[in-house]
Design a protein around this ligand. Structure first.
Ligand code: 1CP
Length: 333
């Protein structure tokens, strides 16, 4: 059994596994080298050879317990024929959403459009570097995808006014997302993913009373669907105010936490396995600070099933030596 499965299934607490969100990415010079020659990000995500190579890059360098496939949550809107582009220094730009056209799309066409992603999973799975390690497939949560599909750019830069006013349209999009996210989950599992992580990066934008319709209800359906396929599911409702309530309602196998929440509260309130938490900026400091902070998380979760990770993706300015030092610290704990 993999170390991560021992934590999730057997609730093992003695050894802490580690993987890092965005572990394949811009802080690695070998990634930047490929990226420089491949300006079109969507095309790169659909390039079987290069995306497999990028997925495996961090595993060749570091003693990580999982591979997460190099792809993006916005590949699903792309699969639904909403045009997605990534502009340097700006982030994603999405085209107008054409819901009627989307409604005519079937499973076969969607699967065909995203088939390189599934091939990448098979290639990652069959590579000896991932032997005895987990392979993490992922989706964006319906809410976070709805945000990008309607807002058409990162809400970090600008959020459209009256965002939630058109309830009928929002419902239609959520219903389409439910259908096609299930297909995307099923396809990833069929090709080798043995954990699914649901990224709800913008859960923190909603008020308590909006959470039911936009976060809890749509996420429960996907969590239950993934569990029905006998694969564990990790939820990351970033910056949600009440993680305890989220866990009680949504019931994921693992809860991934951000760095604004006090881990002491989490360990007290939450019984299921926990992942993540440390601020990625700590990797920009010095080794002593890094070791101290990593140990603080591991001390707090000493007697709790815990997967080491960060509270958000690793920052592009991170020195790979610091990443190596972090992984060693966790492994030697
Ligand atoms: O070179 C580049 O400019 C590409 C940067 C990049 C990378 C490395 C993007 C663009 N996506 C990715 C890969 C990616 N994205 C992965 C791969 C696996 C890994 O973790 O190593 C994953 C899981 C994602 C998930 C993702 N994409 C999320 C959820 C997690 C999070 O960061 O909150 C989100 C919100 C996106 C959208 C996205 N993709 C890329 C950008 C710049 C953005 C927008 C982020 C924003 O709105 O601020």
């Amino acid at each position: 059994m993999t170390l991560i499965n021992k934590v999730i299934i057997n609730k093992q607490t003695a050894k802490k596994p580690i993987w890092i969100m965005r572990q394949a990415g811009r802080y690695l010079p070998e990634f930047r080298e490929i990226r420089k020659r491949n300006k079109d990000f969507i095309k790169l995500c659909l390039n079987e050879k290069l995306s497999t190579e990028i997925t495996l890059q961090p595993l060749k360098r570091f003693d990580l317990d999982a591979a997460i496939i190099f792809s993006d949550i916005l590949m699903v809107p792309h699969g639904l024929n909403q045009k997605v582009e990534f502009k340097k220094g700006f982030g994603p730009i999405l085209d107008e959403i054409r819901i009627n056209e989307m409604s005519t799309l079937n499973e076969e066409k969607f699967t065909k459009k995203l088939s390189p992603i599934y091939k990448i999973l098979s290639l990652v799975k069959s590579n000896s570097v991932t032997k005895n390690k987990n392979i993490i497939g992922f989706i964006g949560a319906p809410w976070t995808l709805l945000v990008y599909m309607i807002n058409k750019q990162s809400p970090k830069l600008k959020l459209k006014n009256n965002f939630l006013n058109d309830i009928a349209t929002n419902k239609k999009i959520l219903s389409l997302l439910d259908k096609f996210l299930k297909i995307h989950i099923k396809n990833q599992i069929k090709h080798g993913a043995n954990i699914i992580q649901i990224f709800d990066s913008w859960a923190g934008l909603l008020s308590e009373k909006e959470l039911k319709d936009y976060v809890y209800d749509p996420t429960i359906k996907l969590v239950e669907y993934t569990k029905s396929l006998n694969v564990p599911v990790i939820c990351f409702p970033r910056n949600i105010k009440n993680y305890k309530k989220f866990c009680e309602i949504v019931r994921p196998d693992v809860i991934s936490i951000d760095y604004n929440i006090d881990p002491n509260l989490i360990v007290k309130d939450i019984k299921i396995p926990v992942q993540g938490g440390m601020n990625p900026e700590i990797l920009l400091s010095d080794k002593e600070t890094l070791k101290k902070e990593a140990k603080r998380y591991m001390d707090i979760f000493k007697d709790h099933p815990y997967i080491f990770n960060l509270g958000h993706g690793v920052l592009p300015e991170t020195n790979p030596d610091m990443m190596n030092y972090l992984i060693k610290t966790v492994k030697d704990y």
